[in-house]
Ligand binder design. Structure first.
Ligand SMILES: Cc1cc2nc3c(=O)[nH]c(=O)nc-3n(C[C@H](O)[C@H](O)[C@H](O)COP(=O)(O)OP(=O)(O)OC[C@H]3O[C@@H](n4cnc5c(N)ncnc54)[C@H](O)[C@@H]3O)c2cc1C
Length: 423
């Protein structure tokens, strides 16, 4: 809808296909455009947070979703929460009354690679279209599940209780190892087994692929299972005593700066407060601040770093663009941002130009970079958070937030200037 709204606003005639209500997804219940399938919160508005920064940029980009959210806002402290019915009804009305948009209520099963197209069919894309996307992008590049491990703020780790080194390679600094003694491990497993879990949505398939089993499910298979799985200590030597730890949690750098770490193999369905409580039992993480918690859910998305160009077109298919959660961004407003960006990508393509990539110290730029930058490990979706945004550098902590805001403001405005008339 964001892409349609943007393109229609530039005078283009848009055909917007929506399969509901004739065919539905397992989560939607109405035929309204902009139906929020779960929470009615679009997160915080404070510009000193990553979510707040994204909102500021979206407002500058004339986001339909954001403007409608403010119009249909309900009280929720600092969060932007909406009356979900009023929100979806208002979005539907605005799209329906746009004379440049024709809404066609049918399931799309084919993509004509010659027709300028934006595909934004979301985490529950219909099966037939998913099959077509897999054909265009490569069948090993379309994922149906999202198994996310928590991300820890590097500054919150207790380095006196951790050490660097890959398995069999003590010299490497790619991994940070958090060792546990036998007692610590047993206590950890006992608490993990008792912890509260998020109950699966009725439609979600609770059978997990072996490659993305939740840690609590592995723990339930036997007291030693985690020591043969993600907490395996084999090939790891603690330089403090020259011995192999009883168990170990490995953290892998999440980004080049090394200011955020991913807990390797720690996808989980524990509730967020339980993740905080249980993972803090790992000695090096006793004071950990989490940029993102772990989760597992049905989510159709592409291996975007391998599939997408920086304008969100599919490699080898310059007229087919992806938007929304299919690109590997996660969340209502992140998806809206990806919609606007794909709209700009298509507009630039039609004008024969190239879309300038927003800098990584802006929220939009961080999302674009996150989903398009090549990486070695398996691509996992992300919402906006400071862990994926470029840091303001070596600035005193007190001034970090101000400096980030100043820099983001300059970068974003320079990027808007470089769009030469697209906005
Ligand atoms: C169960 C669940 C709970 C979630 N909870 C939250 C939450 O609390 N907060 C949050 O920020 N995010 C949440 N998300 C993620 C949220 O869905 C996305 O952030 C956002 O809605 C994605 O936007 P989108 O436009 O990419 O896809 P969607 O909003 O899903 O829109 C895609 C549209 O495409 C249509 N469609 C699909 N296939 C076809 C086809 N072949 N032909 C025509 N139309 C088609 C669908 O009917 C749908 O209307 C949740 C997702 C799920 C699945």
């Amino acid at each position: 809808m964001e892409a349609a709204h943007l393109l229609a606003g530039r005078g283009l005639r848009v055909e917007l296909f929506e399969m509901r209500p004739q065919a539905s997804t397992p989560a939607h219940t109405t035929g309204l455009l902009g139906e929020l399938v779960c929470s009615n919160s679009l997160k915080g508005t404070d510009p000193q947070t990553a979510h707040g920064l994204l909102k500021k940029e979206l407002a500058r980009l004339d986001s339909l979703v954001l403007a409608t959210a403010f119009e249909t806002r309900v009280p929720a402290g600092k969060a932007l929460a909406v009356d979900r019915e009023a929100f979806a009804a208002a979005i539907t009305r605005r799209i329906e009354s746009n004379e440049n948009i024709r809404i066609i209520r049918e399931e799309v099963c084919e993509i004509d690679a010659d027709m300028p197209t934006i595909v934004a069919t979301g985490p529950l894309t219909s099966e037939r279209l998913a099959a077509r996307l897999a054909e265009m992008a490569g069948s090993d590049r379309l994922f149906f599940y999202d198994a996310i491990s928590p991300i820890v703020d590097a500054r919150s780790i207790d380095y006196s209780r951790a050490f660097f080194g890959s398995r069999w390679d003590t010299g490497s600094t790619d991994y940070l190892n958090c060792p546990l003694s036998r007692e610590e491990y047993e206590h950890f497993v006992a608490e993990l087994l008792e912890a509260d879990r998020v109950h699966a949505h009725a439609f979600e398939d609770v059978r997990f692929f072996d490659a993305c089993l939740p840690v609590e499910v592995i723990a339930g298979r036997g007291s030693e299972s985690l020591r043969y799985g993600p907490m395996r200590p084999v090939g790891i030597v603690n330089p403090a005593d020259g011995r192999r730890p009883y168990a170990v949690v490995q953290l892998r750098r999440e980004n080049l700066k090394g200011d955020a770490y991913n807990m390797v193999g720690f996808q989980t369905r524990l509730t967020y407060p339980e993740q905080k409580r249980i993972f803090s039992l790992i000695p090096a993480l006793s004071g950990a601040v989490f940029h993102r918690y772990g989760s597992i859910h049905r989510n159709t998305y592409l291996d975007s770093p391998r599939v997408l160009k920086t304008d969100f077109s599919i490699r080898g298919h310059p007229r087919t663009f992806l938007a929304g959660q299919l690109t590997g961004v996660e969340g209502y407003l992140e998806s809206a941002a990806a919609g606007i960006y794909a709209g700009l990508g298509l507009l630039s393509h039609l004008k024969g130009g190239e879309l300038p990539v927003p800098p990584a110290d802006t929220a939009l730029g961080a999302l674009v970079q996150y989903v398009t930058e090549p990486r070695e490990e398996r691509f996992q979706p992300s919402n906006i958070n400071f862990g994926i945004m470029q840091d303001p550098g070596e600035i005193h902590r007190k001034r970090r937030r101000e400096a980030r805001l100043e820099r983001e403001y300059r970068s974003f405005e320079n990027w808007i200037d470089s769009l030469s008339g697209l906005i």
